[in-house]
Structures are given as C-alpha cells and as structure tokens.
Design a protein around this ligand. Sequence first.
Ligand SMILES: [Zn+2]
Length: 241
Amino acid sequence: MFEIEAIILRESPFKDNDMMVTALSNENIHSFLAKGVMKIDSKNKVLVTKFNKVRLELSRGKEGYNLRTGTLLNSYLHAKEGLTSLAILDFISEITNKIVSKDEASVIYPILDKILSLLDEGFDGLTLALIYFAKVLTIAGYGLNVDSCQICHQKEAITALSTMDGGFICENCFDASIHLKLNANELKILRYIFKVDIDNFAKAVLPKEESLHVLNILEQFALDTVDLNLKSIAFIRRIIK
Ligand SMILES: [Zn+2]
C-alpha cells in the first residue's frame, strides 16, 4: 500500500459500479481501479471526481492498482461553475491527457495545481488557458523562442512569428509568404505566456480579442508541429466572444 497526493485527470466507467481512474501526482501519472464508486452511496466517489485534488491510498492488485481510501484536499468547486470556466477545464483536460507524459509529471503538477486554484478564485479563464497552453507545449519540448529572432537572433524589431521555425521573426528576416505578421499586443501576449513564472500567473489579465487570436495561432501550431488536434478550443471560441 502507498499514498499519493494527486489531481484526478480522467475517470471512465469500467464494469459493474467500478471506474478506471487516471491521476497526476508530483511523481507520476497513475492509473487505478476504483471499486464501487458509481454506487449512489459511495464514499469514494468524491476521490475520483475529475479535477479534485486528493490524497489517495492505493494498493497493488492482481491486474494493477486499486483505490483503498483517501481524503479530499480541494475540489476547486468554483472553477467548475459557469460555462466559461467549464470550457477552460475541458481544454486543460484535453491538452493534459493528450500531451503530458509521466516523465513530465513533476513539472506539470504544480502548474496544474496553480492554474486550478486561480480559476477557482475567479481569475480570468482565457489568460489561464493561454498560460497553461504555453507551459505544456514548452514542457513537452515544443516551446517557442520569444526572446529573439529565430533566424538572425537579434532582439530588436520583432514583427512576426514563424511557427515552422518555432519562434519570433524580425523585420529584416520577415517573409510574408511564410511568416505570420503580428501586432505589438499579440507579440507581447506570446512573450508573456511563454516567459511568466508560476508565482506570477495572475499578474495580468490579457486582452480578450488578441488572446483569442493567439489561441488560434497556438492551436494551428499544435496541429502542424505536434500533430495535436485540440477539439476543445472550438468550445472556448463559442463561449468567449
Ligand atoms: Zn532576424
């Protein structure tokens, strides 16, 4: 038997009243069977609810790990209210489940915890979604160079983004046929979300219209470069206009 502190990422019905659960901890991505949690009177149901932060006791069974018991640490209840927040959670869930591997658990766990806490406090969901997007891409090895021109490495006169090269482009190197021209605010947003550290996630609320544009750019980048098709972004676009 061993104990983990984790955030529930996924639960799916298994058989009878059981569920298969995936949870992210500081050390790993854990999969385990939670017996009887679909029964109405199950005490453990709250321990396997998506995006709950929990302390769990797991034991090794014949075919993998089983949930024994546990404690609820935080349900981030306010983060689960309202359409905007739900759209953001849907996105966080999709990108985490599709791209984060167990080797990255120790880096992504504190970031996810922080993002959920801020969403729970009512901080701007779109800003948090963009920050999380940038952090997950970076951790997975697909970060963008937002410090200098990706071609000539100079820091001045940045004017565009090359998703193919993975970074900013300066005026001298700009080629309209392959690079994406961005306005000053969009460049600032991209720089901010890739550079901001965990203690400053709530430092600024990003402007909505340009944030949605940056979201589209990263969506296309994820599709082209990482082959990551994020369906949940369409939902965010429908909710946040
Ligand atoms: Zn250049």
